[in-house]
Design a protein around this ligand. Structure first.
Ligand SMILES: *[C@@H]1O[C@H](CO)[C@@H](O)[C@H](O)[C@H]1NC(C)=O
Ligand SMILES: *[C@@H]1O[C@H](CO)[C@@H](O)[C@H](O)[C@H]1NC(C)=O
Ligand SMILES: *[C@@H]1O[C@H](CO)[C@@H](O)[C@H](O)[C@H]1NC(C)=O
Length: 330
């Protein structure tokens, strides 16, 4: 469907709609969630947008409309760094991810509806996907039930994306790279540098990465909380775009490692085999899904989103059907 093909068109200037438009599209009054067995109110949905996008973008409002259509009564919350949409966009390029995730944790923890829900579902577009994983690992209050990520860089990027010719914000960000990717100056300011991961510079990455090396539990001392929190997911669905040329390497969206020419699938990596993050545990219970979809980065169709929302989101007590599909052989 055409209207969504430009959704979250990263590094392309997105026309901002008035930031006074609150992206809560629920036509139905959100009822408080209770322990009532026949409560069919869907869990709230939190969405973290990608690089170069902003929380008030029209494309995201359309996604919220689809969520409402599939699961009527869904309250959708767009994660933001700032209520001002252009500041929010700027924060996709600039900032310290430690602080950005802390802010999201603080915002969600005091949100009147999200913080009282038994759980929320989560949707991550591009870099928003690994940031949501960071939220789950570090805070997870309110806890996430289903996490779905599209074209996210779970295993980092080994090249920075090119900027659109008129995208000065992006170019400004690239300008910072005249310094070293691994300097603390860059690591505390340039968002994509904090998930830069070139296997050829692995030692530097381990030492200096301000976000990914930590959140992926790659350092010698593992954080057990990260693993425990991620293991609580009922679903973790990772989509890779078959023709993705924006994210290098695109296999990162499946948590694969690419070194030069060889691709090591997640299930063959130590991170999985030694279960640093609980991904093996999730896989065993049938909760980890590797999916592909056609097209380039963020080419999403309405029908795909409908399927994803129907399969993974909805009422708290909905049976997501994970049991029985587990891989006991792993
Ligand atoms: C592990 O992560 C949690 C949550 O962010 C944090 O509170 C804790 O201090 C971390 N533990 C270690 C050993 O770093
Ligand atoms: C990012 O912010 C955190 C929290 O203030 C700080 O501990 C960390 O050193 C910062 N990162 C860098 C690379 O400066
Ligand atoms: C790439 O990974 C493969 C498989 O783990 C390994 O055998 C090879 O030495 C690696 N190549 C480089 C250049 O690091």
């Amino acid at each position: 469907m055409a209207r969504l093909t430009t959704l979250i068109s990263i590094l392309v200037t997105v026309p901002l709609i008035s930031s006074s438009i609150i992206p809560i599209l629920s036509k139905h009054q959100q009822r408080p969630l209770s322990d009532d067995d026949d409560n069919d109110t869907p869990l709230p949905l939190i969405i973290w947008h990608g690089l170069g996008d902003n929380y008030a973008a029209e494309g995201l409002a359309e996604v919220a409309e689809i969520a409402e259509e599939v699961n009527p009564g869904t309250l959708t919350y767009m994660i933001r760094m700032d209520d001002d949409a252009s500041q929010d966009r700027s924060a996709t390029f600039f900032g310290n991810l430690t602080l950005q995730i802390e802010k999201v944790c603080a915002d969600l923890a005091v949100h009147p509806i999200l913080s009282t829900a038994p759980a929320v579902d989560a949707l991550g577009f591009s870099q928003g996907g690994q940031f949501l994983r960071g939220y789950i690992e570090r805070c997870n209050f309110p806890p996430v039930r289903s996490l779905v990520t599209f074209g996210s860089q779970h295993n980092g990027i080994s090249e920075f994306q090119r900027c659109g010719t008129t995208d000065f914000l992006c170019k400004g960000a690239q300008g910072l790279l005249r310094g070293s990717t691994w300097s603390s100056f860059v690591q505390s300011r340039l968002v994509p540098a904090q998930y830069f991961r070139d296997p050829m510079q692995y030692e530097q990455y381990l030492e200096h990465s301000n976000f990914l090396a930590d959140i992926n539990n790659e350092r010698e001392v593992k954080n057990q909380t990260y693993k425990e929190n991620l293991e609580k997911l009922e679903r973790f669905v990772m989509y890779v775009f078959e023709e993705d040329e924006t994210v290098i390497p695109k296999e990162t969206s499946w948590f694969s490692e690419v070194n030069g020419t060889e691709v090591t699938l997640l299930r063959d990596r130590s991170l999985y085999k030694e279960d640093w993050l609980g991904l093996k545990t999730l896989d065993k219970k049938g909760a980890l899904k590797f999916e592909t979809t056609k097209g380039g980065h963020m080419s999403l169709s309405e029908s795909l989103l409908k399927k994803v929302f129907s399969d993974n989101y909805g009422p708290y007590r909905k049976n997501l059907g994970a049991s029985g599909e587990g891989r006991e052989d792993l």
